[in-house]
Structures are given as C-alpha cells and as structure tokens.
Design a protein around this ligand. Structure first.
Ligand SMILES: [Zn+2]
Length: 82
C-alpha cells in the first residue's frame, strides 16, 4: 500500500503542538498518531522518520528534509518535536 503520510501531516502536526521542543520516541509517536481523528489503521504506517528534518525515507511525507518537517532525529528511535 502507498504511504498516506502527506494526507496526515497536518492533523499530526496539530496533535504534536503541545509536545514542541520535547523528545518523543517512536512508541510515543505511535500512541499520539493513533489519536488523530479518522486515521484508523493508517496510523501504523506513519512513522516519525517520515516527517523528519534530517532524514528522508522512501515514501516519506513531502515535509521530509524541509523546514516544514515535524521532528528532527536525535538518535535512533528518539526525535525532537519541532
Ligand atoms: Zn509531514
């Protein structure tokens, strides 16, 4: 299946606003993203590394490696919310 990252970028950004400046793990990201209204099973395909300022996966959101990225990888599995 294709990665619906760009579709969910904005609602995920909204849900991350209270976390700005803090570090979150991939597990915490998954817990937060699962709360996005309507995301359903798409949540499991959505990773912090898909919305990351310092890496770009295949199929990542178009915010990857731009100033619109949602997180910056601090170390493996840990991200700072931007
Ligand atoms: Zn994004």
């Amino acid at each position: 299946m294709s990665f619906p990252c760009a579709r969910w970028h904005e609602p995920i950004r909204q849900i991350l606003i209270p976390r700005q400046g803090t570090e979150i793990t991939t597990t915490q990201w998954k817990e937060l993203v699962a709360k996005v209204p309507g995301i359903g099973s798409a949540a499991q395909y959505n990773q912090p590394s898909d919305h990351c300022s310092n890496m770009k996966n295949d199929g990542a959101c178009d915010c990857a490696e731009t100033d619109r990225a949602l997180v910056r990888q601090v170390r493996r599995g840990v991200y700072q919310v931007l």
